[in-house]
Design a protein around this ligand. Structure first.
Ligand code: NAP
Length: 337
């Protein structure tokens, strides 16, 4: 049976997920789409899912009897409301990151889902679906580099838009590392500190860029992540894991090596959508398969909550310059607590 999905939010990633469900993946079709800008929703429906309904808002879309699962790709501040509504209707929901913009709202979702007694929510953290991170985790799990001691990582964007602020370096950018390292290490964070090196003259007036985030985990692993969102040269994600026996690094995406004019070069991507395009495909296909099988696999509401608590501590650390504690409430049994 084809899974019937409704999508709330038809901006950049909403349109992309609609395209992938209708053209690249199998087992699902988009039967409804909506957006605060209904003209935009109609335009996207026309392009990829001409038979889809366009209800007036997210709540109306969730209530449609034919909608079996929901994808939430609206602005982050609206996520909690739609995810809670989907849980209330006992419908599966894939919510793009962040699960909610406050840890408190993430916890409300965790509690609502735990009260339901079964997973209904998958959070759109796609890096665990990236083949490079999967290979890195497999190697760590096999013990190839012994116990992990440190991670040195960098998240660089070519440039960011005028609305981007320093705290978004954490809530929009670092949040992917916060999730993928928890998954890769099977560990939780206990503290965070943020250091600001010399400011890049290429950053907007109101921004402090780059920044270095220092994390400590329960096992005592130390992680440094450079966030540099106006690096000018490309979209570049780096991660080197240092263990007792060696170092393992995230592979670069495949690129042609060019030997020319006495130089050896490879292209570096500039668009995040391209860098993780395969991971998005595998992630959304896994959601579709998970719903059809009645068992989701991807990031849980609890993972969304943990990322949010850690991000809050990092934002506090930006402001205080101090080491900030990261403390979670007890993990409910539904998530292995
Ligand atoms: P975007 O292009 O601004 O799209 C968001 C869309 O949602 C816009 O069309 C917006 O309309 C609409 N919207 C806002 N409030 C709404 C509401 N109450 N109900 C329905 N629609 C509403 O943003 P985006 O880049 O697609 O990002 C959307 C979400 O995906 C964000 O949470 C973002 O963090 C996440 N995301 C995740 C990844 C990833 O790597 N996993 C990548 C990109 C984005 P207006 O423009 O009129 O406000």
């Amino acid at each position: 049976m084809t899974l019937k999905i409704g999508v709330i939010g038809t901006g950049a990633i909403g349109e992309d997920h609609i395209r992938r469900c209708m053209q690249a993946l199998s087992g699902a079709e988009i039967v409804a789409v909506t957006d605060v800008n209904l003209d935009r929703a109609r335009e996207v429906a026309e392009k990829y899912a001409p038979r889809a309904k366009v209800p007036a808002d997210g709540e109306a879309l969730i209530a449609l009897p034919e909608v079996e699962a929901v994808i939430v790709t609206s602005w982050g501040g609206t996520h909690a409301r739609y995810v809670l509504e989907a849980i209330r209707h006992r419908k599966y929901v894939f919510c793009e990151k962040p699960l909610a913009t406050t840890a408190e709202d993430c916890l409300k979702i965790v509690e609502a889902e735990a009260a339901h007694g079964k997973r209904l929510v998958q959070v759109g953290f796609m890096r665990p679906y990236d083949s490079g991170y999967r290979a890195l985790k497999a190697l760590i799990d096999k013990g190839e580099i012994g116990e992990v001691l440190m991670i040195h990582a960098a998240h660089r964007n070519q440039r960011v838009g005028a609305n981007y602020k320093t705290d978004m370096g954490i809530t929009d950018t670092l949040v992917h590392e916060l999730d993928v390292f928890r998954w890769m290490l099977g560990d939780d964070y206990v503290s965070a500190q943020v250091i600001f090196p010399r400011r890049s003259g290429k950053a907007m007036e109101h921004m402090r860029d780059p920044q270095i985030v220092l994390l400590e985990t329960k096992k005592g692993i130390r992680i440094d992540v450079e966030i540099f969102v106006n690096c000018q040269y490309g979209y570049d994600i780096k991660c080197a894991v240092v263990g007792e026996l060696g170092e393992a690094s995230l592979p670069m995406p495949p690129a042609v090596e060019l030997r020319k004019s006495a130089a050896l070069s490879t292209e570096i991507m500039t668009d995040w959508k391209e860098r993780f395009i395969a991971a998005y495909d595998v992630e959304v296909q896994d959601f579709i398969n998970g719903v059809r099988a009645g068992a989701l696999n991807g990031a849980t509401s609890w993972d969304g909550y943990c990322a949010s608590v850690a991000a809050d501590a990092c934002v506090r650390a930006q402001e205080t310059g101090q080491i900030e504690k990261i403390e979670m409430t007890p993990r409910p049994a539904l998530y292995g607590g």
